[in-house]
Design a binder for this molecule. Structure first.
Ligand SMILES: Nc1ncnc2c1ncn2[C@@H]1O[C@H](COP(=O)(O)OP(=O)(O)O)[C@@H](O)[C@H]1O
Ligand SMILES: [Mg+2]
Length: 236
């Protein structure tokens, strides 16, 4: 197992955001956690990344308990996040934003080689490499945010609502890239999304999160066929 999340609880003061969630990911899997706004998706990703650690429970990465490990160290051992709303440096160029993805990592990264690989994967970023990040469209910003996370060649990519605010056509494009990264490059991906259809469509398995607890889990096909999922998330 690449990642095991065991009975995590996340709270902000008296507000319990995640109440005992458990799930796991095998290497090479692409798994979705779907849930409405406020369900606890970001809280789960932030506790895996170490940005806001869980109050209770444990997180095991490659057999090692990392529950108390600081975020920068988790980045060094191969976990990266594409944060909600991309969080780019607006006044830095596309190229400079990519470089910030290697800042603080101890391992030697062949930066030029990685950047040309990323430019192959995201041709629009190559075209716009000298442009300030705040002049990019929403879809381009999300691509840059994904590329910045990938520059260090992570083993596990956490993706927080990358579809937010994008037109359906762009959602399809960005999700197509994630699927390709998983299938052709063996990248293990955990997606959290409100857009249940688009994310289950590229996933093998999924979990449904409702107010901080895991309400359902199953293969992507099973979840898409589930009447409750259809009613709440797929608009049937
Ligand atoms: N920093 C915070 N302080 C207080 N409450 C928070 C904070 N972050 C999230 N919450 C609350 O925790 C719950 C889960 O939030 P979040 O993990 O962001 O859900 P999602 O990503 O699924 O929208 C919500 O009720 C939200 O209001
Ligand atoms: Mg969120």
């Amino acid at each position: 197992m690449l990642l095991e999340v065991k009975d995590i609880h996340v709270a902000y003061g008296d507000i319990e955001a995640v109440c005992g969630v458990s799930f796991s990911l095998e290497k090479d899997e692409l798994v979705s956690i779907i849930g409405a706004n406020g369900a606890g998706k970001t809280s789960i990703l932030n506790s895996i990344m170490g940005i806001f650690p869980p109050r209770k429970g444990s997180i095991i990465f490659k057999g090692r308990d990392i529950t108390a490990m600081p975020a920068h160290q988790r980045a060094r051992i191969g976990i990266r996040i594409v944060p909600e709303r991309s969080r780019l440096f607006p006044r830095l160029t596309v190229y400079e934003n990519l470089l910030t993805g290697v800042y603080g990592l101890r391992k030697k990264i062949p930066v030029d080689k990685r950047i040309s690989w990323l430019y192959g994967m995201f041709p629009i970023l190559k075209e716009r490499r000298g442009q300030l990040a705040n002049t990019l469209s929403g879809g381009e910003q999300q691509q840059l945010s994904i590329a910045r996370a990938l520059i260090s060649d992570p083993e596990l990519l956490l993706v927080d609502e990358v579809s937010m605010g994008l037109m359906p056509k762009l959602v399809e494009q960005v999700f197509g890239i994630l699927k390709q990264l998983n299938e052709e490059h063996g990248l293990t991906i955990l997606l959290v999304e409100q857009n249940a259809f688009a994310s289950l469509n590229i996933s093998t398995r999924g979990y449904v999160l409702e107010t901080g607890t895991c309400a359902l889990s199953g293969s992507a096909a099973e979840l898409m066929d589930n009447p409750r999922v259809q009613e709440v998330y797929l608009g049937h």
